[in-house]
Design a protein around this ligand. Structure first.
Ligand code: AQP
Length: 332
């Protein structure tokens, strides 16, 4: 089976709809066909300041949401990044292979650093894409299921894997991004020119899966569309409506053409009312399942401990080979 690896940050508490449709939904599907490794990336979380108590709680909360979304510990390896120290260890080697200018060109870093304020951004934030490279290469992943915003980091991963292999001899698998076109970028409901994001969106533009379902339905109903009335998928001229159609289609399995027909002559109100219901039906059981996992923290921790053990077996093997190739003296 080909291998996939991906991660999600435990920073915001609730996952948002962009995280789910852009990434987590694919993770669930890929566990059936791939040797899948998924992790809660707490090392990445501390690239911006975190309250320790909240970080711990949010790490469990992220794991609970992944299980609620359909990850099955029998079918995939689910773990917490800091439980596998090899990430930081290979991260250092990768830092030493990355050019300063190369890291400076990462647009996600630039965006996130701008939000922090230039002087406040940490060196950790600067090198987080390089840690992500190590995350992926440790598992010799063939594919990395992510949203469009991560494409540049997968390119960096490919470059550094090739650089390492060229300099020290073949070791790393060159991974490919796995980005589904339809859901690669879910947009903010109030401003469909920007991606839905925990930090850039306004509260009304951001759908958090753990919010009150009624609040979520309300946000859908007040989504920004356009002054036309025809329900048609046209990203350029009708970005708001197209975003709603993407969400609707992905959550229900109906294709976009069918939806356009269904709402022909009906206008945006009907589309929004129905999508609000679809969303409510999706988030209500999701919230309940998440709560059930949280109510039993011992089982949750034990799932994560088993996952870390499986992940470490793979990661330790790759790291040992990397150490050897780089020329580190083995510890006797
Ligand atoms: N709007 C989105 N559309 C599609 N995919 C998205 N992802 C995030 N937003 C969208 C994907 O979700 C996965 C997990 O991402 P993360 O843990 O890095 O989450 P994040 O970057 O913290 O999410 P935000 O909201 O985008 O954070 P900020 O505001 O900090 O930039 C990834 O695969 C990502 O592509």
């Amino acid at each position: 089976r080909p291998r996939v690896l991906s991660g999600i940050q435990p920073t915001a508490g609730s996952f948002h709809l962009g995280n789910y449709l852009g990434a987590v939904r694919q993770w669930v599907a890929l566990q059936e066909t791939h040797d899948a490794f998924y992790m809660v990336v707490d090392l990445h979380a501390i690239t911006v300041p975190q309250d320790p108590k909240e970080l711990r709680a949010n790490t469990r909360l992220a794991a609970a949401q992944l299980l609620a979304a359909g990850l099955d510990p029998e079918r995939c390896t689910l773990f917490v990044q800091s439980h596998v120290p090899e990430h930081a260890q290979l991260g250092w080697i990768m830092n030493c292979l990355t050019g300063f200018g190369e890291a400076s060109r990462m647009t996600q870093f630039k965006d996130k650093a701008a939000k922090q304020g230039a002087d406040r951004a940490s060196v950790g934030l600067f090198t987080y894409p390089v840690l992500q490279v190590a995350d992926i290469l440790l598992y010799q992943a063939n594919e990395v299921p992510v949203g469009e915003d991560q494409r540049q980091h997968i390119e960096l991963t490919r470059d550094l894997a090739e650089r390492f292999n060229g300099r020290f001899g073949d070791l790393f698998t060159i991974p490919k991004p796995y980005i589904l076109k339809e859901t690669a970028k879910i947009y903010d409901l109030q401003d469909p020119s920007i991606k839905m994001s925990k930090s850039a969106s306004t509260p009304k533009g951001l759908i958090n899966l753990l919010d009150e379902p009624r609040a979520t339905a309300k946000k859908v109903k007040s989504a920004v569309t356009d002054t036309d009335t025809v329900v048609r998928y046209d990203v350029e001229n009708k970005p708001g409506v197209s975003n709603l159609l993407t969400i609707y289609s992905t959550l229900t399995g109906a294709n976009i053409g069918e939806l356009e027909e269904k709402y022909a002559g009906k206008g945006y109100g009907a589309l929004k009312t129905d999508l609000a219901e679809v969303m409510t039906e999706f988030v209500t059981p999701f919230r309940e399942r998440t709560q059930q996992y949280l109510d039993d923290p011992e089982s949750l921790d034990s799932i994560l401990a088993k996952g870390a053990e499986k992940a470490r077996a793979v990661a330790a093997e790759t790291l040992a080979q990397a150490y050897d190739k780089v020329g580190f003296l083995p510890a006797k």
